[in-house]
Design a protein around this ligand. Structure first.
Ligand code: C2E
Ligand code: CA
Ligand code: CA
Ligand code: CA
Length: 278
């Protein structure tokens, strides 16, 4: 069974950015240097197949070890990076690092393992987003089908034609595309017709409310939509065994959450790969 990592004590400092102007300024300057100084790292959280009770993928989650403030959550700095126009550089680093890691795990024999990478909506403003991603995969000799890009509903709300083209190109190149936090945006479900995504990720706010065998109407609706569009369903934020059981009954394909493992550095994640999941 996957070890629930007690030693992964990665505690986030929260500078509550909007309230503290000075900290915000510091953060901006430091962010510019963070890539150069090698302060970013990726942690990995396993995604477990419901049917096989086995790790089938890892989600790469960005961490920033700030020299003074300590560990910073992406929730505190991704938005700043987007505002500063730095997110493209960061996303490129994340993609490169995630691909390097997946290639390493593959050479350790984990040939079926998939990797999920989070993208910012702003990444889709870049003309060469598709080629820079496919080139990265090629450079690491990775099968595109084993990379999943996680995007959010907000991406599909504006400038749809251009974004839809890029999503279609990524899918044609063989990559999977997941809609993260599904159901929390202003979903106009019509976009599912236009954007050929492969996966819906049920937001953890819905999973949190699952505490028994009773049917949850939102999750049933989401799984119904997913079935209608032939999409895979990943449930995130699974913290309790009762939630895992309920999600299995509701027809989820893959689960992710603290119940299986917290995000952890690559060497710890490699240990999980050697064990069957819960
Ligand atoms: P997300 O993509 O929805 O990622 C899931 C978040 O939930 C992660 O927080 C993860 O650590 C946390 N989580 C996982 N399992 C559980 C659980 O069972 N219970 C609870 N309460 N939380 C759980 P994290 O790592 O702090 O990331 C926060 C957000 O930052 C992510 O949300 C994602 O939107 C963004 N992010 C993370 N890495 C990247 C990245 O490389 N690029 C971009 N653009 N955004 C990123
Ligand atoms: Ca995600
Ligand atoms: Ca999510
Ligand atoms: Ca989220």
């Amino acid at each position: 069974q996957v070890k629930r990592s007690g030693k992964n004590a990665f505690r986030f400092f929260d500078p509550t950015l909007n309230a503290h102007h000075h900290e915000r300024i510091t953060l901006e300057n430091d962010l510019r240097n963070a890539l150069l100084r090698g302060e970013f790292e990726l942690h990995y959280q396993p995604q477990v197949s419901v049917a096989r009770r086995q790790i089938v993928g890892m989600e790469a989650l960005l961490r920033w070890r700030h020299p003074v403030l300590g560990a910073l959550s992406p929730n505190t700095f991704i938005q700043v990076a987007e505002e500063l126009g730095m997110i493209g550089e960061i996303s490129r680093w994340v993609m490169e690092e995630a691909c390097t890691q997946l290639a390493q795990w593959r050479s350790a024999g984990h040939l079926e393992l998939r990797m999920s990478v989070n993208l910012s909506p702003l990444d889709f403003d870049k003309r060469d987003i598709v080629s820079s991603i496919t080139e990265c995969l090629a450079r690491h000799a990775l099968p595109p089908g084993q990379i999943e890009l996680e995007i959010t509903e907000s991406l599909m709300m504006n400038d749809t034609a251009d974004v839809a083209t890029k999503v279609r190109e990524l899918r044609s190149a063989g990559l999977s595309v997941a809609i993260d936090d599904f159901g929390t945006g202003y979903s106009a479900l019509a976009y599912l017709q236009k954007f050929p995504v492969s996966t819906l990720k049920i937001d953890r706010s819905f999973v949190r409310d699952l505490d028994g065998p009773s049917i949850n109407p939102i999750i049933s609706a989401i799984t119904g939509i997913a079935r209608g569009f032939a999409l895979d369903i990943v449930a995130e934020g699974v913290e309790q065994p009762e939630q895992a059981e309920a999600l299995q009954l509701l027809g989820c394909d893959v689960m992710q959450g603290y119940w299986f493992a917290r995000p952890a550095p690559a060497h710890e994640a490699l240990e999980w790969l050697a064990q069957p999941a819960r």
